[in-house]
Design a protein around this ligand. Structure first.
Ligand code: SF4
Length: 226
C-alpha cells in the first residue's frame, strides 16, 4: 500500500468512510482506544455503526474523573459498545505510595509512561492499525495530523478518521445524532484526561490548554510525541 497516496485519497472521504476503510483493511487487528472524553462520542458512534463487533479499549489509569466513568457507562448502554478496560500493572495507591502523591506534577512524563504508555504496549504490539480521535484544530501539536500515518519505528498504521473535523462540526454531530456530551464540557473542560492533570479552559484558550497546564508538556506520548 502506498500510504501517502491512500491518506491523500481519504482526505476527500467522510470520517465514516475512513473508519470503514480501516476496518476493512485491518479487521480484528485494528485497535481503537477511546478516552471517553470531550467529543469522544463522535468516533464511538461511528465505531458502533461500522465495527460493532470489535472492542473499544479504555485505558483506566486510576486517575480518571468519576464523570468519565459514568459517561462511559452511558455511552456503552446507548451504543451497545464492547469495552475492554486496560489498567496499569501497579494500581493508583501503590504507585503513589512508591513515587509520591505529587509525582504527576514533578515528573508527568514518568507518570504517563507507567500509567498510559506501558499498559497499552501489548495492545499496540499486536495491532496492524490504531484508530484514535485526533483533530487538526485541537492545537499546534496536532495541526499536522494525517488521516493515515506510519512512523519509522512503528509496525502499525495510525488512523485518524476525524483529522479534518472541526470543534464546531464535532458539536454539530453530537446534536444531529442526539448523543450526550461529556458532563464536564458544560464546565469548560474541553479536553479531558486524568483528573490531576486537567483543568477547565477560559474563553479564547486553546481546547487542550487545560492539559498539564503550567508545564511545557502537551501530550501523554500515546498519539503524539511528548
Ligand atoms: S495524565 Fe497525569 S495522572 Fe495521568 S498518567 Fe499522565 S501524569 Fe499521570
Amino acid at each position: 500500500m502506498n500510504l501517502v497516496a491512500e491518506s491523500a485519497r481519504l482526505e476527500a472521504e467522510s470520517p465514516r468512510a475512513r473508519l470503514a476503510w480501516a476496518v476493512d483493511r485491518f479487521g480484528s487487528d485494528l485497535l481503537f482506544t477511546s478516552s471517553f472524553g470531550a467529543g469522544s462520542a463522535v468516533l464511538l458512534h461511528l465505531w458502533s455503526e461500522v465495527a460493532r463487533d470489535l472492542p473499544v479499549v479504555l485505558l483506566d489509569t486510576g486517575f480518571l474523573f468519576a464523570e468519565t466513568l459514568a459517561y462511559r457507562d452511558a455511552l456503552v448502554a446507548r451504543l451497545g459498545l464492547r469495552v475492554e478496560v486496560v489498567r496499569p500493572a501497579v494500581d493508583r495507591e501503590a504507585f503513589l505510595a512508591e513515587h509520591g502523591r505529587t509525582i504527576m506534577q514533578f515528573n508527568p512524563d514518568f507518570c504517563c509512561q507507567h500509567n498510559k504508555v506501558d499498559p497499552l504496549a501489548p495492545y499496540v504490539a499486536g495491532a496492524r492499525g490504531w484508530v484514535s480521535g485526533l483533530r487538526r484544530d485541537q492545537g499546534p501539536t496536532r495541526a499536522g495530523t494525517a488521516i493515515l500515518e506510519q512512523r519509522p519505528d512503528e509496525a502499525f498504521v495510525r488512523v485518524h478518521p476525524l483529522a479534518t473535523l472541526t470543534l464546531a462540526e464535532q458539536r454539530a454531530y453530537l446534536v444531529d445524532h442526539d448523543l450526550p456530551e461529556h458532563p464536564l464540557v458544560a464546565r469548560r473542560y474541553l479536553s479531558i484526561g486524568c483528573e490531576p492533570c486537567t483543568r477547565a479552559v477560559a474563553e479564547g484558550e486553546d481546547e487542550r490548554a487545560g492539559r498539564w497546564s503550567g508545564t511545557p508538556k502537551a501530550e501523554c506520548g500515546l498519539h503524539v510525541a511528548r
